[in-house]
Each structure stands twice: as structure tokens, then as C-alpha cells.
Design a protein around this ligand. Structure first.
Ligand SMILES: Cc1ncc(COP(=O)(O)O)c(C=O)c1O
Length: 357
């Protein structure tokens, strides 16, 4: 099986497993686990923040940030399709008690114009806004990258309205690789940044939240409350450190693979491929087609892709998918798309949608 459902499916390499096995560990809650501390110090430095904390997952780190930066009974703005709005089980409402105000712009994802338009002016009749959350790269928008100027513009809108800024950088490493921007340059335009190690960097688990001392003290409190304090967490932190040291430089390979995969799949009779900017490829199907059917046909032929919505397939490139795997997978998914379209029978009378041939 070639598994392109996510970049989280990678298995730790022999080198990473060795680093994990040899990690120096201690009780992170009692004295600070030495390998975890090393990771936290390194990532705080990379992101230009005073303090960083290791979390079991990106979701927990995002939620600790929201709790630390907002106030119950206020509202926060984030892209309509962001992970925080769409895929974190309404945790911001459940834990932080904030009202989510999803921003739907004219383009594929929130930008400063859409944010400015969406943000309500202070009024005694409206809840106060306390937080704006950004996401870079943007998962649901097909791994699109917001360049530094775009992140800066959104942060300025937020800060000018007395809101704090959290950056969900689960794939910030990919954004840095595409743009050549250093993580700390992005970090300068957010109060807190979450980065993940279990995606492109190939570690088994873990994320880091970084920010300045006062906000991280609050995040630390919430990490404990959520059960996110781990003990010999150096076992996981060693995988994250290994990923940072060995797998960062190869992310561009995943981006090239996404372009290679997209070019193959774009030949489909009845699907539109969003031109990828990083490691994610989104394939939109013609009306009447089913993403489940396409995914099932591809699986039958040995390739796993994600059903993102009933009419959208997602494929993600990662370090366990070689150039020849990607070539093979692209051909299999192309065949699955065409077979699925033909199985619908006579479609000559169907309306066409822009971009679908
Ligand atoms: C943009 C984004 N943010 C946050 C997360 C959550 O990370 P985790 O799976 O580690 O909780 C993901 C996971 O895919 C993601 O894509």
C-alpha cells in the first residue's frame, strides 16, 4: 500500500528510532526531562520566543494557546475552514469559553482584507474580541502558503484591535521551506506559535507551543489541566529533535512530489486539481461523483487517499513516499478517477463546472 492519506502516517526511520532509544530522560513534571528541555529551548530560539512547551499533540497546544490568550465570554476570529474552527471538536467553546467567529473571505482562505471586513467594531451590544488565529500552511485550502507579508498584515489588523494572535503552524516548516522565510520571522507576527513534529518531520508524536513568558505560564497551567504533562517525554522529544535536524531540509522534496502527483492526476476527465503550493494535493470531483468511490477504487489498486469532503479527495506527500511511489500513486488515482466517472454512465447531458473538462 502507498498511503497518501496524511503526512502523519510516516513511521520513525531507523536513525530516529535509534535517537529515541538513546534519549536521555527524566521526569518532565518533577525536574524537567533533559531531552524535552533541549527541544523546548531549541524551538523557542527558532521561533524567537522566550519560552516553549512540549505537548502530546498540535490540537492540545492550539487549545492551550486559545485558553491562554482569550477570555471566556469573548470572541475569536479564525478562517472558516481552519483546523481550529473545523476539526478540534469545538474545543475553544468547550474549554476556553470563547465564541468562534469563522471568517469566510472571497479567496481560498482568510487574508487581511477578509479579516478586517469580518471583525466587528467594539460595541456595548456585542461580545469583545480577544483573539485571532492564523494557520500556515493552510490544510483545508490545500496546503496554501501565506507569505510573511500576509501574516504580518493579518497580525496588524488583530493587534490594532487589541486582539492577540495565535499561529497554528502545524506545517509552518513547509511554509518556511516554500518561502525561504525563517520560522522566527513568522513568529514575530504572533503572540504564540504551535509547530508540529508528527507531520512533515516524521516524528511519531508531539508539538511545541512557543510564546513569551507571561502567556506561556498560562499555557503551562492549561497543559496540566488538559492532562498534557508527560513524564519521560524525552522519548518523544528525541524523535522531534531528530526530525528537526534531519528531515527539515528534505521538505522541498515533498513539495516537488505534490507537483508531480498533481500533474498526473490533472489529466482526469472529470476532476480539477488545485495547483499545490506545498505537500498537499486537493482534487475536486465533478458533480455526481463520489470521493468515497474514487478512494475505494484507488485502495483496491494499492493506494490510500483521504476523503476530505464527499466531493474532494486529499493526498499528502511525505518522507515515506518516494518519487516512484508518487508516480505510481498518481497513475492509480488518475485511473480511479476516470473509472469512477465512466461508471456513472451517460453524463453528456450533465452541467459542466469551470475547470472540469
Ligand atoms: C493545520 C493543523 N493544525 C492542527 C492539527 C492538529 O495536530 P494534531 O493531530 O497533532 O493534534 C493538524 C493536524 O493535522 C493540522 O493539520
Amino acid at each position: 500500500m502507498i498511503d497518501l492519506r496524511s503526512d502523519t502516517v510516516t513511521k520513525p526511520s531507523a536513525g530516529m528510532r535509534r535517537a529515541i532509544a538513546e534519549a536521555e530522560v527524566g521526569d518532565d513534571y518533577l525536574d524537567g526531562d533533559p531531552t524535552t528541555v533541549k527541544l523546548q529551548v531549541k524551538v523557542a530560539g527558532l521561533l524567537g520566543k522566550e519560552r516553549a512547551l512540549f505537548f502530546p499533540s498540535g490540537t492540545m497546544a492550539n487549545q492551550a494557546a486559545i485558553w491562554a490568550l482569550s477570555e471566556p465570554g469573548t470572541e475569536m476570529y479564525a478562517d472558516y475552514n481552519s483546523h481550529i474552527v473545523d476539526r478540534e471538536m469545538a474545543a475553544a467553546a468547550a474549554f476556553a469559553g470563547v465564541q468562534l467567529r469563522p471568517v469566510l473571505g472571497d479567496g481560498p482562505m482568510m487574508d487581511s482584507v477578509a479579516l478586517e471586513k469580518a471583525m466587528r467594531h467594539p460595541s456595548p451590544y456585542l461580545p469583545r474580541a480577544t483573539l485571532v488565529c492564523l494557520e500556515n500552511t493552510h490544510n483545508s485550502a490545500g496546503g496554501l502558503v501565506t507569505p510573511l507579508a500576509g501574516v504580518k498584515a493579518m497580525a496588524q489588523v488583530a493587534w490594532s484591535r487589541d486582539c492577540r494572535v495565535h499561529l497554528d503552524g502545524a506545517r509552518l516548516w513547509n511554509a518556511c521551506s516554500v518561502t525561504g522565510t525563517a520560522p522566527g520571522e513568522f513568529g514575530a507576527f504572533a503572540d504564540t506559535v504551535m509547530v508540529s513534529f508528527s507531520k512533515g518531520l516524521g516524528a511519531p508524536a508531539g508539538a511545541v507551543l512557543a510564546g513569551d513568558e507571561d502567556v506561556m505560564e498560562k499555557a503551562n497551567e492549561q497543559r496540566k489541566r488538559l492532562g498534557g504533562v508527560m513524564r519521560q517525554s524525552g522519548i518523544l522529544a528525541a524523535g522531534a529533535l531528530y526530525g528537526l535536524e534531519h528531515n527539515m531540509g528534505r521538505l522541498a522534496e515533498d513539495h516537488a512530489h505534490a507537483a508531480q502527483f498533481a500533474a498526473l492526476v490533472d489529466r482526469a476527465i472529470a476532476a480539477t486539481v488545485m495547483p499545490p503550493e506545498s505537500n498537499i494535493v486537493m482534487i475536486d470531483l465533478a458533480p455526481g461523483m463520489s470521493a468515497h468511490d474514487v478512494a475505494a477504487r484507488a485502495k483496491e489498486a494499492g493506494v490510500l487517499v483521504g476523503v476530505w469532503t464527499p466531493s474532494r479527495i486529499r493526498a499528502i506527500m511525505h518522507l515515506d513516499a518516494s518519487t516512484s511511489d508518487v508516480d505510481h500513486a498518481g497513475r492509480v488515482v488518475l485511473a480511479a478517477l476516470d473509472e469512477s466517472w465512466r461508471a456513472l454512465g451517460d453524463t453528456s447531458e450533465w452541467p459542466t463546472v469551470p475547470g472540469i473538462r
